[in-house]
Design a protein around this ligand. Structure first.
Ligand code: TYD
Ligand code: MG
Length: 475
């Protein structure tokens, strides 16, 4: 009989302890310890790569083959990955349930029709995957290839058409690796890691030790064979990846798929990427027939508004290397209750409170007795500091009830003394504003010097303090 041992794991950070603890010494959270039973021999299991001899080498002796990245045929996904999937990499795609993780990866798999892929699902049956694939294929958005079909690993067709996308519904890693031996895929997709278990452990699917063990097994497979593995992971209510932090350390890249359910837009970000930048974002729109790539995000971030409406200002922000024009809307009204209400959608509330204090002090508005609401059009969350000036101007515009021209835009940070501070890559923002047909852009005068004004048609207003911007807009 197998000897068993009981351990306690922190649900949050994966800290392991021999006894139950009320407070995790690692992450400091209370009541996060779960009991898990491990079979004693799990540690003795021989690893498949045990026969590979490793020895230290001089750096100049190390050679590597220039295997190109696997291009996913999805521009937005490639952008976030840093130009495609690196061979032998282990990627984790996280997101709330229903946000579209399975759709995104299945759509990618369908577009990669000339590669041999294995899609392992622990959540859906083969028939359900096929139904989703048909739905994606029946629209132009979902896939460019109509002749895509899918097969079970034993070779029986799920559809009369054939391609090299194999699907299987399976939850045990040992059997997944048997399927891999039969199929020899070039890319493995696992949906989702929380449903996968290994026979070596007795703990339930989704527990810390299972997730950690299964992720390690897939990592081992990816590193020894060079086949990239894409794992789907769930996200808990507070926005962290369900499962321990250790999973984030094991994988090469953590991508997060997020968005507001009320809007069709989805944003893909890299929280960690060993092979690319984490500043890039990919934007998609969820449509009836799947996810559509949004190449020009400014199209939905600016509402088409009436010129006479006050409280709106357009910010020239950058996400990664890509300029995005976001419309900030604000409503300032007299507070009905003793404590004024403050609310910000898509913008940091504390930052907004700080900007309100600056406006109160520098521009002399009694904003402390007003309700202030702020909203970014399109439901996007933006953290670029260059948003500050647009936010301040939208609030001022609503407060004095005078409209800002829709052909004005802003790109500057605000300091605590009301100074208009420079932002990074201002030329790129100006060039994009020029291209989109804006007539004026407000920037910091400290940015102003580096700009070659002759290159643009757009009028560049360089300001030193917020009062100057206020006078230029409303005087
Ligand atoms: P799904 O990929 O199942 O989410 P996840 O795997 O992240 O849990 O996406 C489910 C949602 O996407 C569902 O609410 C319906 C919507 N959807 C569309 O709007 N169009 C489509 O073509 C597909 C396949 C899904
Ligand atoms: Mg899913």
């Amino acid at each position: 009989m197998a000897k068993t041992k009981t351990y306690y794991f922190c649900r949050d950070c994966g800290y392991q302890s021999a006894s139950w603890l009320g407070r995790c010494p690692e992450c400091g959270k209370f009541g996060t310890f779960d009991e898990e039973v491990l079979k004693a021999e799990s540690g003795k299991r021989k690893s498949e790569g045990g026969n590979i001899l490793s020895a230290p080498k001089r750096l100049q002796e190390v050679t590597y083959s220039q295997t190109p990245r696997l291009c996913t045929h999805c521009g937005e996904l490639d952008r976030v990955l840093g130009g495609g999937i690196v061979p032998g990499s282990l990627l984790l795609l996280g997101g709330e349930p229903g946000i579209g993780k399975s759709t995104l990866l299945l759509q990618m798999a369908l577009a990669l029709a000339n590669h041999r892929l294995l899609y392992v699902s622990g959540e859906e049956s083969e028939e359900q995957i096929k139904m989703r694939a048909d739905r994606l294929c029946s629209s132009e958005v979902g896939s460019r290839k109509a002749e895509v079909g899918s097969r079970k690993p034993d070779g029986s067709d799920l559809s009369p058409q054939t391609s090299d996308l194999y699907v299987v519904s399976e939850t045990v890693t040992q059997r997944i690796f048997e399927h891999i031996d039969a199929v020899h895929p070039e890319l493995l997709i696992v949906d989702s890691i929380q449903t996968i278990t290994t026979e070596d452990l007795d703990s339930p699917a989704g527990s810390v030790s299972q997730i950690r063990q299964c992720t390690t097994e897939f990592q081992h497979y990816a590193k020894t064979t060079g086949v990239p593995v894409l794992l789907i992971g769930h996200i808990t209510k507070d926005g962290t990846l369900a499962g321990p932090k250790v999973m984030e350390h094991i994988v090469d890249a953590v991508l997060q798929f997020e968005g507001d359910r009320n809007y069709g837009y989805r944003v893909l970000r890299a929280l960690k990427n060993r092979f690319g930048s984490t500043a890039e974002i990919g934007i998609f729109e969820m449509q009836e027939g799947g996810l559509r790539e949004v190449e020009n995000p400014s199209e939905f971030l600016m509402s088409h508004r009436d010129e006479s409406l006050s409280g709106s200002a357009v910010s020239a922000t950058l996400e990664g290397a890509r300029p995005m024009f976001v419309e900030v809307q604000s409503l300032v009204s007299s507070a009905v209750y003793g404590t004024p209400q403050r609310n910000a959608n898509g913008f940091d509330l504390r930052r907004m409170n700080m900007l309100l204090a600056v406006l109160e002090k520098r521009c002399g508005f009694k904003l402390g007795v007003k309700d202030v609401f702020l909203n970014l059009a399109g439901g996007l969350r933006v953290s670029d500091p260059a948003m500050d000036l647009a936010v301040a101007c939208a609030i001022l515009s609503s407060n004095v009830d005078m409209a800002i021209s829709p052909r004005d835009c802003f790109a500057a940070e605000l300091g605590l003394n009301g100074e208009v501070r420079p932002v990074s890559r201002v030329e790129q923002r100006i060039a994009e504003a020029d291209r989109l047909g804006f007539e004026r852009i407000f920037v910091s005068k400290y940015n102003g010097r580096e700009i070659d004004r002759r290159r643009y048609h757009i009028q560049i207003v360089a300001a030193g303090v917020i009062e100057e911007v206020f006078r230029a807009l409303f005087a």
